[in-house]
Design a protein around this ligand. Structure first.
Ligand code: TYM
Length: 382
């Protein structure tokens, strides 16, 4: 136990991500969480239904799962699943948040699923001392624009806002809460006697959308939750409790973290703006942040770089292209090889990333404007 503690160099909970997560650490995280790697057999099985694989699956950005085989068994029997994911509105949206959402949209398109998208406007209000209820409402609106801008199907996508839909959620949340003890949430989230009681209750609200569609349809419907791996602890509790209430355990598919700009292998966070690209950043802001702050795997002089080459494995600009901004496999391979051989310089790699992000954001920001008129279509009508 002591030995394990000393060796562990990361901490991943929904409320704190610390340390550098490289491939070896993700392996250890899978063991610690008890989640399964996505293997070739599972990829082939998904491909049978989707015809092609999203690059985030092929590249291991989505790397782990719970019960995907069960979900596909049900699907193949004609028992369709719904999708569930969410965003706690505690600030503007950054590009890391978009990783699970872009993939969720792909799943919606390929499997024709309903999507339930939760905006827990209670969660971070309770967890962050300095965040007011009014600020959370403003961010809820801003974050909804980002989700809509990604192109989800308005007929099949239902936004749930915890305070607005309290009448729908609360009767189910208390059934969940009654089955969770304080010692469980202490162990899972690291709570102490000083934690406020709203935070202690919150995880029961995050469980509800995993079975709400079953409650509404009065029959059990399988659920798949795409998420960043930090959110898994909530659903460990969910999966423990739902069978006790007569519902299926949700299946889960986990993504790695898009790192912050300054350090490879961390999680992009809302607290360091220089390390983060917001969906509302201007082209100049993007350029400035990348050129100045992106952690580089290049050598310190051009001569040395030409001779020794760069290290794409630790280069944040390369990693962001690989994770998100360069879906073309041939192009990413060429960039990898050219950078590694020294043919491509660090400045050139960063300039390419700036171009890609700015093209993406130009489109996204246009869609965000259009989304303002669509919000009403997405909010679930009770
Ligand atoms: P939140 O608002 O912190 O984050 C929203 C989603 O974005 C993922 N994420 C990231 N993924 C990749 N790289 C990053 N750097 C990165 N940063 C954040 C998160 O893992 C999450 O999937 N409690 C939740 C809100 C929620 C939720 C859900 C999330 C409610 N219901 C169901 C997933 C599924 C939260 O605070 O997420």
């Amino acid at each position: 136990m002591e030995k394990e503690k000393k060796e562990k160099s990361f901490e991943v909970t929904p409320y704190e991500v610390k340390g550098v997560l490289d491939d070896a650490e993700y392996e250890r995280l899978m063991k610690e969480f008890g989640i399964n790697p996505i293997n070739k057999q599972l990829l082939d099985r998904i491909k049978k239904h989707t015809k092609e694989l999203h690059f985030m699956l092929n590249r291991g950005v989505f790397f782990a799962h719970r019960d995907m085989d069960w979900l596909l068994n049900e699907y193949e029997k004609g028992n369709k699943f719904f999708l569930y994911t969410g965003r706690a509105p505690s600030g503007e949206t950054h590009i890391g948040h978009l990783v699970p959402w872009v993939f969720t949209k792909w799943l919606q398109d390929k499997f024709g699923c309903e999507l339930w998208f939760q905006f827990p406007d209670d969660e971070k209000f309770m967890f962050k001392q300095n965040l007011s209820y009014e600020e959370v409402q403003k961010y809820t609106y801003e974050n909804m624009l980002d989700v809509i801008a990604l192109g989800f199907n308005p007929k099949k996508t239902h936004f749930i806002l915890d305070t607005k839909h309290a009448g729908l959620l609360y009767p189910e949340a208390i059934k969940v809460a009654k089955k969770i003890t304080f010692s469980t949430v202490k162990a899972v989230f690291g709570f102490t006697n000083d934690t406020n009681i709203g935070s202690i209750f919150y995880t029961s609200m995050q469980t509800v959308p995993a079975f709400l569609p079953s409650v509404l349809a009065k029959k059990n419907i399988p659920c798949l939750i795409p998420l960043g791996v930090d959110q898994d602890p909530h659903f460990r509790i969910t999966r423990d409790i739902l069978p006790k209430l007569g519902y299926y355990k949700p299946a889960i598919i986990h993504s790695k973290f898009l790192s912050g700009l300054k350090l490879y292998g961390g999680k992009m966070s809302t607290s360091d703006s220089d390390s983060t690209i917001w969906t509302t950043d201007t082209p100049e802001q993007v350029k400035k942040k990348i050129m100045k702050h992106a952690f580089s795997g290049g050598q310190s002089t051009i001569e040395e770089h030409r001779k020794k080459g760069g290290n794409p494995d630790i280069d944040v600009a390369y990693q962001w292209l690989y994770f998100f901004f360069e879906p073309d496999d041939k192009k990413i391979k060429k960039i990898h090889d050219d950078y590694k051989s020294g043919k491509m310089l660090s400045g050139e790699l960063k300039a390419y990333l700036v171009e890609k992000i700015n093209a993406f954001l130009k489109e996204h920001q246009k869609n965000r404007e259009l989304a303002k008129k669509q919000i009403d279509k997405f909010i679930f009508k009770v």
